[in-house]
Design a protein around this ligand. Structure first.
Ligand code: ANZ
Ligand code: ZN
Length: 806
């Protein structure tokens, strides 16, 4: 009996698969298979290589792909590289190595590591976002968006990272800090390219309904889009013609609006200043311009300044002072609010600090308090509100927008929190934005036939810090002619954000060599969309929202015929080092898969990646655990070797165990309970070993089923078992086995139940029932006849129950 030799087995099957790939488009009868597209979030090829945490997602997606393969699908399971972005550029600045070169090296190394997993990736489909043949289409999409009016220029104060020296999208600012380097984000006034994702807000929200995604992720997207219903209300300004319009979700509190606040950037902010207030107002506006949005929204001590002007509350005619404060954002609603300190916490804090009046207009019991200690934010009975008094405020909240509209004081409106997407970066290592600026024609798109617009070589990658990208320094590149009028013109020197390529890469995999279209219609309708997308939850809003927006846009221009890119989504949890600390080189707690593969084999590591815990939760890595999985594989091997020699026929017990095994593994796969699938294998294998001890071995059919079930998890072991059992095909041609419930059941036996030696009932119970369960079932069956005190309970296994009562 040869012992389990993972090295020999894995080497042998890797070589065979290379010659004879198991994933083919046609089945054994030459019939074309239905496709199944399982996608991994493609990695950034960092110089640090992969650690065991990266493997987790790849193993999960590979197990799923091989399971689908066994169900008879043709698998689309591609891999590629999200290779533009800051780290490669920062490395170039430090070491002077061109980002293209360091990227290529990293790709080679990570590809080698990924191949160690023996995943089914089809490398013919590989894409790389920095490949001009790829970014040609990233630029093409931008040109289309520009032509459709969805890409536009705007100068405004954007989030600015002083360390990365680039503008950032709102999504890239986390807790007031740069998502990449952790530096405090400030503001800078810059001309930007913007994408009008807000045009898609309603569709992005509504279509979440049809997606088979984790509810948590759908909620995060819905919250990010942030739809709210309310009113715009017009306030007259004392001594001026124009009105001041506010957006409010609480028009039911209009009688309680005792002052107003404008964003410091509001168009009227400066104009409303009086002679006495001018200096303070201008200083305040300047100070606010230096703060980031996140800082402003955080619950810090409120700041503000009185403009000196007054508006008129349209319902009660009261004069209300107009203030400026940075807790009001210029780009939400109308950039101006009516303040109801009695019922809004921020307004309450502001009014308290600056001694502004507080008028309660909703009260729980219909009676206003003497003095409010804090804002009352719940619903109740309306008070101090003229004709509205006595109403239920929740009802009024719904009706007020229409009442206000009828009286000509404003309009019912819908608002979204979603902002247009800041799409330009002042950095080198990204796709050049394919736009030419002409003095006469304005912004003109680079003609399609001139795409890709290649990123030129530069001497220095250093960001200039002036808000211009290093491309601005290359005169022969910048200077060009206008495609429209032929006059001298200048190229746009900003580049695209890293999200540009990742927003559509999944479409390219299925037709990655096409130079006529980003994907041909024919291929797209056959191979797309993605059926299953697997990746980390950190992309819940950014990448997943952008991809949905891009896909909807491409649908609108007729490039693809579906609106949602990812039918199903699975988010795996993170693998952490000891005490839940994120694995990273800087923390020195990285576990590399390479040594583990050498010592235990790829199959063991694959199974252990799953065994560490529920795949959707974070799990702490502990090398020692891999021993247990490895022992399991050795025991499967021993069972196989012992049984091969014995050649036993299947017994009832073996058949029952076989069907239970199929049932358990199939259900645990279907519910993505992959860690319990592994423990299920272990339990069933132990039972089979016990049976084998009695019977001399296990039948070939049961062991063959075991091999097929193992094939998604431990593919080398499964192939070897399959061959050892005498099959002359690949285990991946076997097809997923089915179970029969009737064959899974325990045998039932009939047992008489006696009281004081006389049979009172006959019960039917599983043959392997325990003594306790048998007695319980027996007592229950004759409960109405057990009237005395029970003094003795006897169970003769499989024969009789006797109860003695006095
Ligand atoms: C009066 C009021 C009374 C408000 C009350 C709330 C409670 P959501 O739900 O997030 O859309 N608001 C409007 N525009 C703003 C801006 N640009 N910056 C900061 N705050 C703004 O929030 C809408 C509410 O946030 C609006 O309703 C407005 O305050 C404020 F008891 O108006 B409310
Ligand atoms: Zn021109």
């Amino acid at each position: 009996n040869t012992p389990y030799n993972h090295k020999a087995i894995e080497k042998k099957w890797k070589e065979r698969w290379e010659k004879n790939p198991v994933n083919t488009k046609v089945d054994r009868d030459g019939k074309e298979k239905e496709k199944y597209y399982c996608l991994d979030m493609f990695p950034y090829p960092s110089g640090n290589g992969l650690h065991v945490g990266h493997w987790r997602g790849y193993v999960i997606s590979d197990v799923w792909s091989r399971y689908k393969l066994q169900q008879g699908y043709y698998m689309i399971h591609p891999m590629g590289w999200d290779a533009f972005g800051l780290p490669a550029e920062n490395y170039a600045i430090k070491k002077g190595v061109h980002p293209a070169i360091s990227t290529e090296e990293n790709v080679r190394n990570i590809k080698r590591q990924i191949n160690e997993i023996s995943a089914l990736y089809d490398w013919d489909r590989e894409v790389n976002t920095t490949d001009p043949e790829f970014y040609k289409w990233t630029q093409w999409i931008f040109v289309k968006m520009f032509q459709e009016g969805l890409a536009y220029e705007k100068e405004f104060p954007i989030n600015w990272c002083p360390s990365c020296k680039t503008g950032l999208a709102n999504e890239e600012v986390v807790g007031g800090q740069c998502e990449r380097c952790g530096t405090e984000v400030t503001k800078k006034n810059l001309r930007q390219w913007m994408l009008k994702i807000t045009n898609y807000a309603e569709r992005l929200l509504a279509d979440l309904d049809g997606l088979n995604w984790p509810e948590k992720v759908k909620k995060m997207q819905a919250d990010w889009i942030g739809k709210s219903y309310g009113s715009e209300v017009d306030f007259a300004i004392e001594g001026r013609e124009e009105k001041l319009t506010v957006y409010t979700t609480r028009p039911d509190t209009l009688y309680g609006a005792t002052f107003m606040v404008l964003a410091p950037e509001h168009a009227l902010a400066k104009e409303l200043a009086t002679e006495e207030t001018r200096e303070a107002v201008e200083q305040y506006i300047y100070d606010a311009s230096m703060k980031s949005n996140v800082d402003r929204m955080q619950d810090k001590e409120k700041t503000g300044v009185f403009t000196g002007s007054y508006a008129i509350n349209p319902l009660n005619g009261e004069r209300v002072p107009i203030w400026l404060s940075d807790y009001v954002l210029v780009d939400y609603g109308t950039g101006a609010i009516m303040c109801v300190p009695a019922h809004d916490e921020r307004d309450f804090a502001f009014a308290t600090k600056f001694g502004l009046p507080i008028v309660q207009v909703i009260a729980k019991d219909g009676k206003a308090a003497e003095k409010l200690e804090e804002a009352y934010t719940e619903s109740g009975i309306v008070v101090n509100s003229g004709e509205w008094n006595g109403m239920d405020s929740a009802v009024l909240k719904k009706e007020a927008p229409h009442m206000i509209e009828k009286r000509g004081l404003g309009r019912a409106t819908v608002n979204y929190k979603l902002r247009d997407w800041v799409f330009s970066r002042q950095r080198y290592w990204g796709e050049p934005i394919p736009i030419i600026h002409c003095e006469d024609c304005g912004a003109v798109a680079v003609p399609e036939e001139e795409l890709p617009l290649r990123l030129p070589e530069v001497e220095s990658y250093e960001p200039t810090g002036t808000g211009e990208s290093p491309l601005a320094g290359i005169e022969e590149w910048v200077n060009c002619t206008c495609p429209k009028c032929g006059k001298p013109a200048k190229r746009e020197t900003n580049t695209m954000p890293q999200w540009a390529g990742s927003s559509w890469y999944f479409l390219r995999y299925v037709d990655n060599h096409n130079d006529e279209a980003l994907v041909s219609k024919e291929v797209a309708s056959k191979m797309l969309p993605v059926d299953m997308y697997i990746g980390g939850v950190e992309h819940a809003v950014l990448h997943l929202l952008y991809s949905r927006f891009y896909t909807k846009f491409l649908y609108d221009i007729g490039a693809v015929d579906f609106e949602e890119p990812f039918q199903k989504l699975f988010n795996q949890g993170m693998i952490t080092g000891k005490n839940g600390i994120k694995m990273s080189k800087s923390k020195g707690n990285v576990v590399s898969p390479d040594d583990l593969v050498r010592d235990y084999g790829c199959d063991s590591l694959r199974m252990y990646e799953l065994f560490v815990g529920p795949p959707e939760l974070d799990a702490e890595w502990d090398d020692r655990g891999i021993d247990g999985v490895n022992r399991f594989l050795k025991r499967v091997w021993k069972l196989l070797m012992d049984s091969k020699e014995a050649e036993v026929a299947a017994t009832q017990e073996m058949i029952k165990e076989r069907h239970r095994l199929i049932y358990d593994i199939t259900n645990r796969l279907e519910t993505f309970s992959l860690n319990t699938a592994i423990s299920g294998f272990m339990e069933h294998n132990n039972r089979l070993l016990e049976i084998a001890k009695k019977e001399g071995g296990i039948d070939k059919e049961t062991l063959s089923v075991m091999a097929v079930l193992l094939s998604p998890f431990a593919p080398h072991m499964a192939e070897e078992m399959w061959e050892q059992l005498g099959h002359d095909t690949s285990v991946f041609e076997a097809g997923w086995p089915t179970y029969e419930e009737a064959l899974m059941k325990d045998d039932e036996i009939e047992i008489p139940v006696q009281i004081n030696g006389k049979t009172k009932a006959v019960i039917s119970v599983p043959a392997e029932i325990s003594k306790e369960d048998a007695l319980l079932a027996g007592k229950e069956a004759v409960a109405d006849k057990l009237t005395g005190t029970l003094v003795k309970e006897i169970y003769v296994p499989k024969k009789i129950i006797n109860l003695v009562q006095k």
